[in-house]
Design a protein around this ligand. Structure first.
Ligand SMILES: [Zn+2]
Length: 110
């Protein structure tokens, strides 16, 4: 399962950063276009953290809005998909500015 291995690597990152301390909360940033399902991460989190430094830690997930910039007219706008054209000039030359992130933003340790 995709989300299970993602959650496992998040737990690994947190464990390394905690350096032996107990983790009480984790803030995770997940981009709208990352393809990662937050509910599935939450579901896996409990199983992945059992008997680790993160056991019982709260998981807070922040969704990151997807934004793009048009290469032709330089307009910036909210993106609904990877293949959405520029709303100003209909160009498909759109650079993704945000929305694909999956990262540990904050770690709360004891
Ligand atoms: Zn444009």
């Amino acid at each position: 399962m995709h989300e299970m291995s993602i959650t496992q690597s998040v737990v690994d990152i947190c464990t390394q950063n905690a350096a032996g301390r107990r983790v009480t909360a984790v803030v995770l940033e997940i981009g709208e276009l990352s393809g990662v399902v937050p509910d599935a991460i939450e579901f896996c989190f409990e199983a992945c953290t059992r008997d680790t430094l993160l056991d019982g830690a709260r998981l807070l997930i922040e969704r990151v809005r997807a934004r793009g910039r048009c290469r032709d007219c330089k307009a910036e706008f909210a993106l609904s998909s990877h293949y959405a054209p520029c709303p100003a000039c209909s160009s498909f030359g759109v650079d993704l500015l945000s929305g694909e992130e999956l990262r540990v933003k904050e770690l709360e340790v004891e």
